[in-house]
Design a protein around this ligand. Structure first.
Ligand SMILES: NC(=O)c1ccc[n+]([C@@H]2O[C@H](COP(=O)([O-])OP(=O)(O)OC[C@H]3O[C@@H](n4cnc5c(N)ncnc54)[C@H](OP(=O)(O)O)[C@@H]3O)[C@@H](O)[C@H]2O)c1
Length: 356
């Protein structure tokens, strides 16, 4: 596990010969904000940084603090905000189409946006597009951003530059991927409606936990499809952010809520401290799939051969074994080749129905 000094030294050595292009979905607060700020400081503003979120006022305040390069070899730098409600897959696709039409490459796609409503355990609705709201933010929008923007990451790689997708959520727990009720519609039907808002809700708990393991499937799928690029699912650990500072379990469980929050504060780092580790992991990857812990440490990794067939072989002896990827055991990884294939088929079907 790298120490803070090692992470800082590694980040300080990041000095690409080109203007890096970074898209940070969730860059208007929390870990995403701190990562965008750290990248702006490290490059002395000599970067094209696009922060994506809903809050234009917060974005303007953040962007105003970024250093502005003045030298002529910094041509191409820009710091901008793109508004998007990522709960809506139609909005995500529209934003991606706009980025595709005007950018030539993306070096870093970082997705941190949490929510909805502070990752509430108490209630979870289905969005107008029919998605469990937690899963929409924790999985579907991350999948769609990655899929739609991949051509720009491929272009970056073809130019000999960094090309890395990082999803910041909850890596390393090795929670098994679901194989039934993938969209949690049954969980919604089974939630006790009259306790909604006052007691932890089954669809919310499952949405939060399921999003974590689906991100393992997301990085495995795209890494297999694009062996030349890097894909990371990382855990930020406990962080003092506006969206993630407090746990609320409802008034019925008030004493437990107090205890949990005291514990959470005791083990949390600030978003600026945590961003240093996240940035360390962002720069420390050439190609392959990485499951990383909250200090940027590699829990497990896998590099696919360049001639790997994009589809997993679901008839292999380990295809149904949890924690095995392409025949190799992976610590902290919750997928199996068959469950990832099932998840991706389901995801494509759901998104096609929404976006037709
Ligand atoms: N903080 C922790 O202790 C902790 C612990 C474990 C895991 N995590 C995970 O790590 C990630 C980063 O954590 P965090 O605390 O920084 O997250 P966060 O505070 O939940 O994320 C805030 C960001 O998400 C954006 N966002 C929220 N809803 C959005 C929407 N509908 N559309 C577009 N953007 C939206 C916000 O932008 P706008 O307000 O501008 O919309 C803001 O930029 C999250 O996925 C979180 O679940 C955090």
């Amino acid at each position: 596990m790298p120490s803070l000094a090692v992470a800082e030294a590694s980040n300080a050595a990041f000095c690409p010969s080109y203007i890096p292009v970074a898209v940070v979905v969730g860059g208007t607060s929390g870990v995403g904000q701190a990562m965008a700020e750290a990248l702006a400081r490290q490059t002395n503003g000599r970067a094209h940084i696009i922060i994506v979120g809903r809050n234009a006022t917060a974005a303007a305040e953040i962007l105003a603090t970024f250093p502005k390069p003045t030298d002529s070899d910094a041509d191409g730098w820009a710091h901008e905000f793109v508004q998007c409600d990522a709960l809506s897959m139609a909005s995500v696709r529209a934003v991606c189409a706009s980025l595709l039409s005007r950018l030539k490459r993306i070096n870093f796609l970082v997705i941190t946006a949490g929510g909805p409503a502070g990752n509430s355990l108490l209630d979870c609705y289905e969005t107008p597009e029919g998605l469990n709201a937690h899963l929409a933010m924790r999985y579907f929008m991350r999948y769609l951003f990655t899929k739609e923007l991949l051509p720009l990451l491929v272009s970056a790689k073809e130019m000999g530059q960094h090309a890395h997708v990082m999803t910041v959520l909850g890596a390393g727990f090795g929670l098994a991927l679901r194989t039934t009720d993938l969209g949690l519609h049954e969980a919604h039907r089974n939630s006790i409606k009259f306790l909604q808002g006052v007691f932890p809700n089954i669809a919310a708990i499952k949405g939060i936990a399921t999003g974590v393991c689906y991100n393992d499937g997301l990085v495995a799928h795209f890494a297999a499809q694009h062996p030349d690029l890097a894909f990371t699912h990382i855990s930020p650990g406990q962080v003092l952010t506006a969206g993630g500072s407090e746990v609320y379990l409802g008034w019925l469980l008030t004493p437990l809520t107090w205890l949990l929050n005291i514990f959470k504060r005791a083990i949390s780092l600030t978003q600026n401290e945590r961003a240093k580790y996240m940035l360390y992991a962002l720069f420390d990857a050439d190609r392959g799939l990485f499951i990383r812990g909250d200090h940027g440490d590699i829990v497990s990794a896998h590099v696919f051969s360049r001639d790997h067939k994009p589809q997993f072989d679901v008839s292999s002896p380990t295809a149904h074994k949890k924690g095995f990827l392409n025949g190799v055991p992976m610590k902290g990884y919750g997928g199996s080749d068959a469950s990832v294939a099932g998840l991706i088929a389901y995801t494509e079907q759901v998104l096609a129905a929404i976006l037709r």
